[in-house]
Design a protein around this ligand. Structure first.
Ligand code: DAH
Length: 357
């Protein structure tokens, strides 16, 4: 190996040892810098005779080119290695599951309330909302509920501050107060339009029928697998001049069959008692097949609106007659989805609720 080959070999070895671009540039200076080996060799030519200078110069140039080639190869290798390291550090595993935002859905009882609203809406019923803190008048007195009725006792009802000593405010025990609230507004509107009857007199003029449902939360001091201190009801009211029990029967049968998507469903109107209706009936349903077949299941209370209640609506019971019903959407939800513990609806357990999404 001549001296030039030795220089090239040692430059290649020095470059190969460089692990960073800075090391490499230092190594480069030793060979290609101003006082590097190549420069030294060039200077050494000055002493040579002219004819040798030519061949020696060409050989040194070749050695220089070989060193530059080695330098560039090492620069490229270092840049490649750096890129690889960076890619590895910033590696993205595209097979990892994404971090998704949880998707919400309506509560099963809300789904039922929407469904009830849609079905009765299609039959021309308005949907009304009312206050959950109610006065004694709307919750009991206006609904013909006597002073000694058990629902009025302290251990059945949540009384709250406000009202008077003899008529305290309370959390409504049913949605029935909405019968009075809605009807009074309706009557007021048409009384003004017809200018018939002054304050305090009962309205016996013409008006469109009252057809309304009122879904919402209701409260009682009750708690077990089938009772919750907060539960839902949906009231229904239909008042007109020629409304009869057959209308109630037709509407409620149609509702149940549509709600449960079962045209074979049978209904039973079982005589009962409520202070605000006379006569009164509990409505039971029976499925012809499936896990609940053969059992009568109570779904609502109903009846012909008591004349005293019609009066408290501001209407003349000689002209107006009506039907009312009150059903339990929680119960309907349990029946529709096969849920056997009411408390599941109010525990807020996402594993239960997400099944209804
Ligand atoms: N309010 C009654 C209850 O909570 C249910 C009820 C029965 C409502 C008969 C009505 C009705 O409108 O006519 O038990």
């Amino acid at each position: 190996m001549n001296d030039l080959q030795t220089v090239v070999a040692s430059a290649q070895a020095a470059f190969a040892l460089a692990h960073t671009p800075a090391d490499l540039e230092n190594a480069k200076a030793q060979y290609l810098g101003k006082s590097g080996r190549i420069t030294e060799l060039m200077k050494g030519m000055a002493a040579l005779p002219v004819d040798e200078k030519k061949t020696r110069g060409a050989a040194i140039n070749q050695a220089k080119q070989a060193i530059e080639a080695a330098l560039n190869a090492c620069r490229q290798a270092l840049a490649d290695a750096q890129l690889q390291a960076q890619l590895q550090a910033e590696a993205l595993d595209v097979t990892l599951p994404g971090r998704q935002r949880g998707q919400g859905g309506l509560h099963p009882v809300s789904l039922t309330l929407e469904r009830i609203g849609a079905i009765f809406g299609s039959m021309g019923f308005d949907v009304a909302q009312g206050p959950e803190i109610e006065s004694d008048w709307f919750n009991f007195t206006a609904l013909n509920t006597p002073e000694n009725h058990p629902a009025r006792s302290m251990h059945d009802t949540f009384y709250v501050e406000g009202g008077t000593e003899h008529a305290p405010n309370l959390l409504r025990t049913h949605t029935s107060p909405m019968q009075i609230r809605y009807a009074v507004q309706h009557v007021k509107k048409y009384r003004a339009a017809t200018q018939e009857g002054g304050q305090g007199t009962l309205f016996s003029g013409a008006m469109p029928e009252i057809r309304v449902i009122a879904p919402g939360r209701t409260y009682r001091v009750d708690s077990d697998a089938t009772h919750s201190p907060m539960f839902h009801q949906c009231e229904g009211l239909w008042v007109g001049e020629n409304v009869s029990f057959k209308d109630l029967k037709y509407v409620f049968t149609d509702f149940c069959r549509t709600f449960f998507e079962n045209n074979e469903l049978v209904l039973r109107f079982r005589p009962s008692f409520f202070p605000f209706t006379e006569p009164s009936a509990e409505i039971d349903i029976q499925f012809p097949s499936g896990p609940l077949a053969g059992r009568w299941l109570e779904v609502a209370g109903s009846g012909q609106v008591h004349p005293n209640v019609i009066r408290n609506m501001g209407l003349d019971p000689e002209r107006y007659i009506g039907f009312a019903f009150g059903m339990g959407p929680d119960r309907l939800t349990m029946l529709r989805y096969g849920v056997n513990d009411l408390r599941l609806f109010f525990d807020g357990d996402i594993r239960f609720l997400s099944q209804f999404r």
